[in-house]
Design a protein around this ligand. Structure first.
Ligand code: CMP
Length: 495
C-alpha cells in the first residue's frame, strides 16, 4: 500500500490533538481554551485538518481507485485540485458560520469579490486554468497521448511529445529526446494541436522513393506494395489497414512513388523508425527484383560504376535470384544456373491461391516481386490462420516438391506478384547427377522449419542445431527415397 503524504499525516495528528484538547474538562484547561478565542481557533484548525483528510480520501478512493480504473489512465492533477478547493471553501464557510457565528453568505460574497480582484490581477493564470479545464473536459487530449503543437503564427519547429501531466497552469510533454517540455495551457489553446493517439492510435504515414522511369509503373508498384505489405502485422504496423503505393510525380531523376502505411504511433515504433523499416524493406525487395533507386541523370561519375544486376528475366538474372534464396545458396554456381534456365515466370494478381493445403504438389516457387500470405488450417483451428507473409527472395512449396507429401499450407497472393516456378522434374535431374545436392536441400528445408518456430521452441543455439540435424536427417532420407522412386521410373506418391 502507498504511504500517505506527510501533509495528511500532520493533518491526522492535528485532528487527534484538537479532539483531545476539546474533550478535556473545562477545569483542567485555561479559561480561553474552555470558552474563549483559543477554543475557536482549535475548532478552526481542527476543521481545516479534517478538510485535508477528506481531500486525501477523495484523491485515493474516488480519483485514483474509481475514476482512474474506469478511465484506464491517470487522472489529471487539475481535476483533483479543483475538488480540493471546493472542499476547503466548504470547510472555511462552516468554520465561519458555526465556530465564529458569522454570516456565511457575506463571507462567500467577500471571497468572490476578492476572487474577482485577484482574477483581474492574475488574468494569465486564470486563462491557463480554464484552458486546462477545457482540455480535460473536452477529452481532446489525455495523459499518455502523443501530441504535436504547431504555432499558428509562424513556421517554428512543431513541438512533439507524450502528455505526462495536465496541471493548473501548464501541460507537461515528454519529448522523444527524453526532455520535459512545460507548455503554458494558453499556448495549448492557441496552437494547432495534432493528437496522434485519437480518435484511434492508428495513424497513416508516408514516405517516397524515386525509381528510374524505365521501370514500368505497374512493376514498380508491385515491388513497393509487396515490400510495404510484408510488414503489415509486424510490431507497430496496424494489421487491419492495407498499405498503398501511388505515383507522386515525375522528376528529372525518374518517377517518384509514395508509399502509404499505417502504424500505431510510438507503440512501439516511432514514425522515424517505421519509415526506416518501410524504406529498408522496399530497398531489399528492389534489390531482389534487380531495381535500384533512380540516379541523377546529370550526375558525372568519376568512379567505376558497379554493373547493374541483370533483369531477372534473363537466365543470368534468374541465377542471381536463386543465389539470394536460402534453399539454393549452397549450390555451386553451375548447378544454380542450370536450375535457373528451367524457371518459369508467373505473374499473378492479388487474391489468387497458388497452392492449397492438403492438395498434391510438385512445384516450388521463388518470389521475385510482391507479397504472399501463408494460411494453415489445423484441428484446433478449422478456420485458416495466417502464419506468415512471404516477400521477395522467399520461397515456398519446397516440402511437397522434395518429399511428395501433400501441401502443408495454403499460399495466397496478397499483393500482385511475380513468381518463378521450379518443377520436381528439374530438381530430380539435378539430384540424379549430383546426389549430394539432396543433403544441401534437406538441410536448408530443416533450417527453415526450425527457424519458423525457433522463437518459442528451442532454448539455445545447440538445441536448435540438434533439431536442425534431426529434421535434416529425416528429410534427407525422405528426399532420397522419393527421388530414387522417381529415378527408377515410378510415379510420385503423395503420402
Ligand atoms: P508445401 O507444404 O509444399 O506447400 C505449402 C508451403 O507453405 C510449404 O510447402 C512451405 O513452403 C510454406 N509454409 C508452410 N508453413 C509455413 C510457415 N509457417 N511459414 C512460412 N511458410 C510456410
Amino acid at each position: 500500500m502507498q504511504r500517505a503524504p506527510l501533509s495528511t499525516m500532520v493533518a491526522a495528528a492535528t485532528v487527534l490533538i484538537c479532539q483531545v484538547t476539546l474533550l478535556m474538562p473545562s477545569y483542567a484547561v485555561p479559561a480561553e481554551l474552555a470558552v474563549g478565542w483559543l477554543r475557536n481557533l482549535v475548532w478552526a484548525v481542527n476543521g481545516i485538518a479534517i478538510a485535508r483528510l477528506v481531500t486525501h480520501a477523495i484523491d485515493v478512493l474516488f480519483w485514483d481507485r474509481l475514476v482512474a480504473r474506469t478511465m484506464g489512465g491517470t487522472v489529471p492533477a487539475i481535476l483533483k485540485s479543483i475538488v480540493s478547493v471546493v472542499v476547503y471553501v466548504t470547510a472555511t464557510s462552516l468554520i465561519v458560520g458555526i465556530v465564529y457565528e458569522q454570516n456565511v453568505a457575506a463571507f462567500l460574497t467577500a471571497l468572490g469579490a476578492g476572487g474577482v480582484v485577484l482574477g483581474l490581477a492574475v488574468r494569465g493564470i486564470f486563462s491557463d486554468l480554464f484552458t486546462g479545464l477545457a482540455v480535460n473536459f473536452d477529452g481532446i487530449v489525455a495523459i499518455n497521448d502523443w501530441i504535436q503543437l504547431a504555432s499558428r503564427s509562424g513556421p517554428e519547429r512543431p513541438l512533439l511529445g507524450r502528455v505526462r501531466e495536465i496541471g493548473w497552469r501548464s501541460t507537461q510533454l515528454e519529448t522523444e529526446e527524453g526532455t520535459l517540455l512545460i507548455i503554458p495551457n494558453t499556448v495549448l489553446a492557441e496552437d494547432l494541436v495534432t493528437n496522434f493517439t485519437r480518435p484511434t492510435p492508428a495513424t497513416r504515414y508516408e514516405c517516397s522513393i524515386a525509381l528510374d522511369a524505365s521501370v514500368p509503373c505497374e512493376r514498380a508498384k508491385r515491388i513497393l506494395l509487396g515490400a510495404a505489405r510484408s510488414l503489415v502485422g509486424s510490431p507497430g504496423f496496424v494489421s487491419d489497414k492495407s498499405p498503398m503505393v501511388l505515383v507522386k510525380g515525375t522528376t528529372e531523376m525518374g518517377v517518384e512513388y509514395l508509399i502509404r502505411y499505417w502504424i500505431q504511433s510510438w507503440n512501439p515504433l516511432s514514425p522515424t523508425a517505421a519509415r526506416d523499416a518501410v524504406l529498408s524493406r522496399a530497398l531489399q525487395h528492389m534489390a531482389v527484383a534487380g531495381v535500384t533507386p533512380a540516379k541523377a541523370k546529370t550526375e558525372i561519375f568519376h568512379d567505376r560504376i558497379a554493373p547493374a544486376r541483370a533483369a531477372d528475366i534473363t537466365a543470368e538474372g534468374r541465377g542471381q535470384l536463386l543465389a539470394g534464396v536460402q534453399l539454393f545458396a549452397s549450390l555451386e554456381e553451375g548447378d544454380r544456373l542450370r536450375l535457373a534456365q528451367e524457371l518459369k515466370r508467373i505473374v499473378l494478381p492479388a487474391a489468387e491461391t497458388v497452392v492449397r493445403q492438403g492438395s498434391a504438389g510438385d512445384t516450388l516457387y521463388v518470389i521475385a516481386e510482391g507479397a504472399l500470405d501463408v494460411f494453415v488450417k489445423t484441428d484446433q483451428s478449422p478456420e485458416p490462420v495466417l502464419v506468415a507473409t512471404l516477400g521477395a527472395g522467399d520461397f515456398f512449396g519446397e516440402m511437397s516438391l522434395l518429399t511428395g507429401e501433400p501441401r502443408r499450407a495454403t499460399v495466397r497472393v496478397a499483393t500482385p506478384a511475380v513468381l518463378y516456378e521450379l518443377t520436381r522434374h528439374t530438381v530430380a535431374d539435378l539430384i540424379e547427377r549430383r546426389p549430394e545436392v539432396a543433403d544441401a536441400l534437406a538441410r536448408a528445408v530443416a533450417e527453415r522449419r526450425v527457424g519458423l518456430d525457433a522463437a518459442h521452441r528451442y532454448a539455445d543455439v545447440s538445441a536448435k542445431e540438434a533439431a536442425v540435424a534431426t529434421i535434416s536427417n529425416q528429410l534427407n532420407r525422405l528426399v532420397r527415397e522419393f527421388f530414387s522412386r522417381r529415378v527408377r521410373g515410378s510415379a510420385p506418391v503423395a503420402s
